[in-house]
Ligand binder design. Sequence first.
Ligand code: UT7
Length: 323
Amino acid sequence: MTTRAVVIGVGHYLPERVVPNSEFEATLDTTDEWIRTRSGIERRHFAAEGETTSQMAANAARAALADAGIGADRIDTIIVATSTADLTFPSAATMVQAELEMETGFAFDVQAVCAGFIYALANANALIASGQAERVLVIGAETFSRIMDWSDRSTCVLFGDGAGALVLEARPGGGTSDDRGILATDLHSDGRYKDLLYVDGGVSTQSTGHLRMQGNQVFRHAVEKLASTANISLGKANLTSDDVDWIVPHQANIRIIQGTAKKMGLPMDKVVVTVQDHGNTSAASIPLALSVGKQRGQIKEGDLIVTEAIGGGLAWGSVVLRW
Ligand code: UT7
């Protein structure tokens, strides 16, 4: 018997304020047309003043718990993937734990920037497979609006805020790719590329800093590395792209999403796309897309999903799971 980490609930939270591309035309030398055609983004949500990552994470968690039909008392682990936690410490995850009025279990953050949710899923899967956890809340939550340089048109038009969450539960499986749950994971990083995407501040440099990105350089790495990791994960699960029902990619740029699908030999009608509505929400983008994909009726029980992401580090990876 194999223990599988099976998705039993999904949910998301988006802040109320929606900002269309046209709003940037007033302050920057940019156009709605440039942003749409180069990135696929049409609008994004920005957190309200005082609204924090852990609050958004807790809202997404409540939605996922409601979807699973269980209370927070049934959760024994919370993992929050974020690069924009409320405070330097404690972790956003422990704040969510308190917000959900949990008195047991353990909680921690994972920081792998845009690949954070993939890293968090891989950690949750390892905890469940090794018997250290039974039910794990895996959350991706970000307030990237707090680290934007609003005078840098090449970055500030691309990012948004939001949160998404999954509830994973340990369930017995037959050990084949027919099982529901996480079937394979694949993680990579290469710190030699740290200057391509980073925040120029932090605790030990005594500032918050702003996001800096050589977008076209990151772009160059993205399609190749994402298709490669997706194929590695599928191979580990003894599957090929022919078996895939949905690619749920990190939502950074529609051209990266299209290029990766093409390289994997899959049509765009097998891809869940939300970048037009959310922008790049970093670690939140995949759980947001999973939640919206389910709401739209795209993702159904039994579907084979490959999800992949790349971001600052560079860090990248993929997960194959049966919903
Ligand atoms: O989630 C983490 C991973 N991040 C990513 O995956 C992002 C990857 N990169 C991208 O999505 C794309 O590279 C961008 C959307 C950031 C940029 O698209 P691009 O096709 O790579 O454009 P570029 O950076 O090569 O810039 C082309 C031109 C430049 O002008 P010149 O030098 O050709 O005169 C930029 O200055 O577009 C200019 N530009 C803009 N123009 C109008 C850059 N930003 C803007 C803007 N409005 N907002």
